[in-house]
Design a protein around this ligand. Sequence first.
Ligand code: ZN
Length: 146
Amino acid sequence: MSRLEQLYQQLILDHHKSPLHFGEADPVTHDAVGNNPLCGDAYRVTLTVVGDRLEQVKFSGTGCAISKASGSLMTGALMGLSVSDALSLKDRFLAFLSSDGESDGLGKLSALGGVRQFPARVKCATLVWRAFEAAIEAGGHPVSTE
Ligand code: ZN
């Protein structure tokens, strides 16, 4: 394993142990849950959207180290962005994980790129992002995603 890979693995373990923005937004304006039965990951993503801005992005639930680290990194990356910038970042991140997409501009999120070698784990990394997307698309009503 390269030193860079070791560093990335440590970043994932750190975020798993001490996830950022873990809990629920207050007040909740947007809300969605995501489940990955293959792994047992189950999360709820809650948002406080004021105007076009993501004032709060939080997640709660349980799952593996990859899924929890992804939630921690996602909430940190999206907090404070406009909804359109957040959706564009989400698209770039999903493209990065699903192909040989570039990690340019993804910062710490690129730490999750290691899962590309393990297709079964990609869903662990994308779960909270899909839930975020579902929460925005639902326009402020609780929804469920598979
Ligand atoms: Zn998982």
